[in-house]
Design a protein around this ligand. Structure first.
Ligand code: AMP
Length: 112
């Protein structure tokens, strides 16, 4: 297992846990781009959103719902942003599907 996010989810690489259950793990981004910047990953290795299959529908929904739950726990009542970068043109740098949850400041649009 060489994937860094697989190792983080398995507790083999240290991280600051925010939330976890049997299917997913959420932790603080090491290079935060907002006052709240949390990564939410499935424990199952899925390389990117484009590699997710129809059988992952429930898991994808659970990842999104968890992002909203964490946002509530973090008091992001004024709003937040959830981002999935997929593939090189999408800006993905770690090849394990992950959601970014950003909050605590005004977001700008369009993203770069
Ligand atoms: P992306 O560019 O969408 O693939 O996002 C990858 C994210 O993973 C970046 O925001 C990195 O700062 C973050 N990251 C990389 N390594 C670690 C790590 N060991 N712990 C926490 N976050 C990490």
């Amino acid at each position: 297992m060489s994937c860094i996010f697989c190792k983080i989810a398995a507790g083999e690489i240290p991280s600051t846990a925010v939330h976890e259950d049997a299917r997913i793990y959420a932790f603080a981004d090491v290079n935060p781009r907002a006052p709240v910047h949390i990564l939410i990953v499935p424990r199952e290795h899925i390389g990117s959103l484009s590699e997710a299959g129809a059988h992952h529908g429930d898991l994808l929904g659970h990842l999104l719902w968890t992002a909203a739950e964490i946002a509530r726990e973090k008091g992001l009542g004024k709003g937040y942003r959830v981002v999935i970068n997929s593939g090189p043109d999408g800006g993905q740098t770690v090849d394990h599907l992950h959601l970014h949850l950003f909050g605590g400041r005004q977001m700008t649009w369009p993203p770069g």
